[in-house]
Ligand binder design. Structure first.
Ligand SMILES: [Zn+2]
Length: 209
């Protein structure tokens, strides 16, 4: 007898297949994110498609997100708004300090393997409270799990911007090492990239060559 999990996964594969879309490459996904961010810079409200038609379409055909975004939980960092994305566009994982652990890896693996997503973006940001706490404080409780992880990433770095970049790069490395997603690469296209969101002017700086 099939387990409940197998049934769920079969259902997901079925709806994914029924979607019928050809998934876009990592390179195309980066272009979409760049264009979406450019649009966001001059918008006062979100411009992604959140229409009833989009709800019905994705309900009937399943989801085919073109990028996985791992972002901080900070209330000023809203991935769908930042990239002018709507229903079904982004597979978003949010955790304070955009740190990576097994739960995040499982979520990424799910989207890559079962939803066909070809691009993973770790989105750090300026003025990050979790990074600041790792630099200047020694918190107790469960917060320490997060700041200890960030400390591993930043070492002795005390500049907040450089520390945020190091923290993003650390998460990118963890994802690349843990998951077999090299097959997503086409030529020189990156599959896992880092980026920094500037909370003052809204622009996203991609951290790749
Ligand atoms: Zn943050």
């Amino acid at each position: 007898m099939r387990s409940a999990r197998q049934k769920v996964l079969s259902a997901v594969r079925f709806t994914t297949k029924m979607g019928g879309d050809t998934m876009i490459s990592a390179k195309e996904a980066i272009k979409k994110l760049e264009e979406g961010n450019k649009k966001y810079l001059t918008e006062n409200t979100g411009s992604g498609d959140i229409s009833p038609a989009a709800r019905l379409r994705t309900c009937a055909n399943g989801q085919r997100p073109y990028a996985i975004v791992i972002a901080c939980s900070d209330s000023r960092v809203i991935p769908e708004s930042i990239f002018s994305a709507g229903i079904g566009d982004l597979f978003t994982i949010r955790v304070a300090g955009n740190v990576i652990d097994s739960h995040q890896l499982g979520s990424i693996e799910y989207s890559v393997e079962h939803l066909g997503t070809n691009l993973v973006v770790v989105l750090g940001h300026t003025c990050c409270g979790a990074v600041d706490s790792a630099i200047h404080h020694d918190p107790s409780g469960f917060i320490k799990c997060i700041t200890d992880e960030i400390r591993q990433a930043i070492g002795d770095e005390t500049d907040p911007y450089r520390a945020s970049c190091l923290n993003v790069e650390h998460s990118v490395r963890k994802i690349s090492r843990a998951l077999d997603i090299d097959h997503l690469r086409k030529g020189n296209d990156p599959a896992v990239i880092g980026a920094i969101y500037h909370i003052d002017d809204g622009h996203v700086e991609f951290l790749y060559e």
